[in-house]
Design a protein around this ligand. Structure first.
Ligand SMILES: N[C@@H](CCC(=O)N[C@@H](CS)C(=O)NCC(=O)O)C(=O)O
Length: 257
């Protein structure tokens, strides 16, 4: 009989989306988890919990996670990471560092929401094609103002936390926040390759952190595995060439998962 998993993740099966921040934490820690909605019959279970069929909980939206011990179901990406990180060894033990990690994660989730709204500025209930003109205006602002502001902030944090060469968002310790920033860098490079290429020079520490995270053995194995869903145009980071800056002459696009 297969061993029961320690965690159950409930998230939309076709996209990385916000579920990916949780997947990266489980994968990096080598945790035993089920990605329930990707299993046969799993979508039905997830939709049931969203309709209130769970005894103890009513999550508003995926992702949510059930922790086997105690069976608690918890939603909200940042709250989930805050709750599971100590057992996964993905946050320092002291309370101050744990609060700082949560603060950074919430900032990352604000950034993720803005990345989503850059192609869906009017409503999640409408198709991209129904809000293309508004998306064009919103994406231009996102590229010009918001990506540099958020990324510049993370660059500054890394500069302030500098300790030798091993720089993390939480000073000298690897944490779930590093994994999440990696995902945003990867996602934006997929969605807005030209805009990101032009900004890269100003973000050496962010990119160095991205590269170190990508090289972590368990993460590298995960990224190369079929468990990593490729980026696509149903997810949060979508590549619509018309929303990106034009390519610089001679530039080529790298395909990454
Ligand atoms: N603040 C929540 C947002 C959750 C969320 O928006 N989930 C999306 C998928 S990434 C969803 O399914 N939303 C359904 C809806 O808003 O109606 C989080 O960070 O987890």
């Amino acid at each position: 009989m297969p061993k029961r998993a320690d965690y159950e993740l409930y998230y939309w099966p076709e996209i990385q989306g916000r579920g990916e921040y949780i997947r990266l934490a489980f994968e990096d820690a080598g945790a035993s988890y089920r990605d329930v909605a990707r299993e046969p019959g799993g979508m039905k279970l997830m939709l049931g919990l969203l309709k209130g069929e769970g005894r103890h909980t009513l999550p508003f939206a995926p992702p949510f996670v059930r922790v086997r011990k105690g069976g608690q179901v918890l939603a909200q990406t940042a709250a989930i990471l805050d709750a599971v990180a100590p057992a996964l060894g993905l946050v320092p033990a002291d309370d101050a560092a744990r609060s700082t990690a949560l603060q950074h994660q919430l900032t990352i989730m604000d950034f993720v929401a803005e990345a989503h709204d850059s192609h869906h500025p009017i409503s999640v209930a409408l198709y991209y094609e129904q809000q293309k003109a508004e998306a064009k205006a919103r994406a231009a602002q996102f590229i010009e103002q918001r990506i540099p502001k958020f990324m510049g902030y993370f660059e500054q944090l890394l500069e302030r936390n500098r300790k030798g060469k091993r720089v993390h968002l939480l000073g000298s310790e690897h944490s779930y926040v590093d994994l999440s920033l990696f995902q945003v860098v990867r996602g934006l490079a997929y969605a807005y390759p030209n805009a990101c290429a032009r900004l890269a020079r100003k973000l050496p520490r962010v990119h160095a952190l991205h590269d170190r995270v990508a090289a972590r053995p368990r993460l590298a194995a995960y990224l190369a595995s079929p468990r990593r869903i490729p980026f696509n145009e149903q997810g949060i980071f979508r590549h619509y060439p018309e929303l990106d800056l034009p390519a610089k002459r001679g530039a080529t696009r790298k395909k990454r998962r």
